[in-house]
Design a protein around this ligand. Sequence first.
Ligand SMILES: [Zn+2]
Ligand SMILES: [Zn+2]
Length: 156
Amino acid sequence: MECINHPGTAAAGTCQICGKGLCAQCVSRFSPPLCEACLLRHNRGVAVRLSIDLAITAAIIVGVGMVIYFQATTNRWGGFTVGIMLAAAYWGWQFLNRLPTPVFFLSGTGWIFYLLVKLMISVLAGVIIGPWEIFRRIKELHKIRSLEQAVRNGKA
Ligand SMILES: [Zn+2]
Ligand SMILES: [Zn+2]
C-alpha cells in the first residue's frame, strides 16, 4: 500500500476512519492517524455539534426572554432571568445525564419526584457548569477552525 498523499512512498500506517495508507511522515501528522479529508470531515461534524449547543443556549435565553418581555406588563426584563435559568437547566441536565440514575427512584411516583429534583439540581449545577462548558466549546471551535486553516495552508 502507498501513502495517499505521497504516491510511490510506502504506507507505514492507515487512516483510522477510511483505512487509506499513510507514510511514516503522514501517520504522525495527527493523533489518532487520519488522512486530511477525514480529519476535516470529522472536525466539521464536531464543530456542528458544538455550534448547535451554543445556538440552543442563545435561543432559550433570547426566546424565553422575548416572549415574557412582550407578554408581561410588569418586570418585563425578568424573562431573561427565567431564560438564563432554563439555559442553565439545559447544561445542568446534560451534566446530570452523565451521572448514574439512583436505582431507588426508578419506579412510579418516585420517578416524577426524581425528575423534579433533577430539574432543580440542573438549574443549580447549570449556573456553574454552563458558563464553563460554553467557554470550553468556544475554545474547541476556535481550535478546530485554526487547525482547518493550518491544514489548508499546509502548516499542520
Ligand atoms: Zn481517511
Ligand atoms: Zn505521506
